[in-house]
Design a protein around this ligand. Sequence first.
Ligand code: 1GP
Length: 246
Amino acid sequence: MTIAGTIIELAKKKKLHFALLDPDKQKPEVAGQIAQTVTDAGSSAIMVGGSTLISQKQVDETCQAIKKNSDLPVILFPSGAKFLSKYADAVFFMSLLNSNNLGYVIREHVKGAPFVKHSGLEPISMGYVIIEPGMTAGRIGEADLIKRNDLQTAVGYALATEYFGMNFFYIEAGSGAPEPVPNEMIQAVKKNTSIPLLIGGGIRDPDTAKEKARAGANIIITGTAIEKDAHFKATLAHIIRAIEGL
Ligand code: 1GP
């Protein structure tokens, strides 16, 4: 089965956790160690990407280090065509739907698609939107940030994603966001759509992860914020246990 198919089937049975590793935030060896930790903790996939990357080499080396230490699927979360790597298993072929820059909506995809074809990476289509405060991803992605109380716009993007035939919808508040995506927004999107919903940005503890999963998130994403936690391994295991039980 494809990686997308496996995730969709798994997400029907339980709430999942994906860890996001930004190659810009640590050396590849450290990324490899973190990969080992998230695998032991029970994550279902490792995403690799970030808004401030400078070279493909960073992505290649990070993916190679992760693959050495983990059997989990490695899915790229690229900010542009230059940041694809043949060492990953799949790529979120995602459009930042609320960007004011067409590059993030479609033009980078046009540049990167031939690489995806020839590398054998599995493309996984995903609609992606950033809400307030957006943090670095919002700024670099030139996002027309969705207001935190604008449920109608969030639902509109989610429906548009589904009607375009994309497989997943990801709403994030930005890495390190002081407040994650509001529960009401997650509930409204979930009520109106049927594709798996990913939620990320500013989720740092089991209670928050549980709240977001209970509101309707199928997949909880945590990134750099939680890696700074001194008890990273234990916190991650608690987060995963908290959402799996729902
Ligand atoms: C990835 O923004 C998320 O898109 C990750 O956010 O670093 O706050 O977990 P955190």
